[in-house]
Design a protein around this ligand. Structure first.
Ligand code: E4P
Length: 215
């Protein structure tokens, strides 16, 4: 499973990218608003740091405007992917843009039906939001499972991004289902790498090495 980071924070992106494990970045308007700076500058900087797809969201609501906005965003760098919400004009714009070679990440996916529509329109990625489904008492990971099964049945090559991840177990569950990508918040990456037995092991190996290193 490929690992993306779900943030627009440059320091966090640089830190996790430094681990050598990142395959891409997803942003959304809320994440970008936390950084309080020009959206296009931010996307350009992120695209230069990470060697992989960088999702930037188009905010227009009408087909022709989405197409125009997507083309402007895609011109920022060669690795920009355009996030478009699932809605009728979003699907129509996705059809046009994907046929022109612009990769679309269809976002705000909450059902397998929405994911099938996105794939039919030519989306390169779909982003089902597991955490937000769990928040309202639904089974977020169950939706990912349904999408994966439906896509496998028809050899659909749209990649599934497990989004709205809240904790490390979401990442494990997505991997066990065979989900293509997880987009992970910075704080969850920090939890994924931690284990008390690893900390204890490093400490005792260091201490024991001290006893013999000068001999
Ligand atoms: C996906 O690409 C979104 O940015 C994201 O995962 C939304 O998650 P949230 O529910 O934590 O806002």
């Amino acid at each position: 499973m490929k690992l993306f980071i779900d943030t627009a924070n440059i320091d966090h992106i640089k830190e996790i990218n430094g681990w050598g494990i990142l395959s891409g970045v997803t942003t959304n308007p809320t994440l970008c608003s936390k950084e309080c700076r020009s959206f296009k500058d931010m996307i350009k900087e992120i695209a230069a740091i990470v060697d992989g797809p960088i999702s930037a969201e188009a905010l227009s609501m009408k087909k022709d405007e989405i197409v125009k906005e997507a083309k402007e965003l895609a011109s920022i760098a060669g690795n920009i992917v355009i996030k478009v919400p699932i809605m009728p004009d979003g699907l129509a714009a996705t059809k046009i843009l994907s046929e022109e070679g612009i990769d679309i990440n269809m976002t705000l996916i909450f059902s397998a039906n929405q994911a099938m529509l996105a794939a039919a329109a030519g989306a390169r990625y779909v982003s089902p939001f597991v955490g937000r489904l769990d928040d309202i008492g639904n089974d977020g990971m169950g939706v990912i499972e349904e999408i994966m099964e439906a896509y496998i049945n028809f050899d659909i090559d749209t990649e599934v991004i497990c989004a709205s991840i809240r904790h490390p177990q979401h990442v494990v569950d997505a991997a066990l289902i065979g989900c293509d990508i997880s987009t992970i918040p910075y704080e969850v990456f920090k939890k994924m790498i931690k284990h008390p037995l690893t900390d204890k092991g490093i400490e005792s190996f260091q201490q024991d090495w001290e006893k013999i290193k000068g001999l």
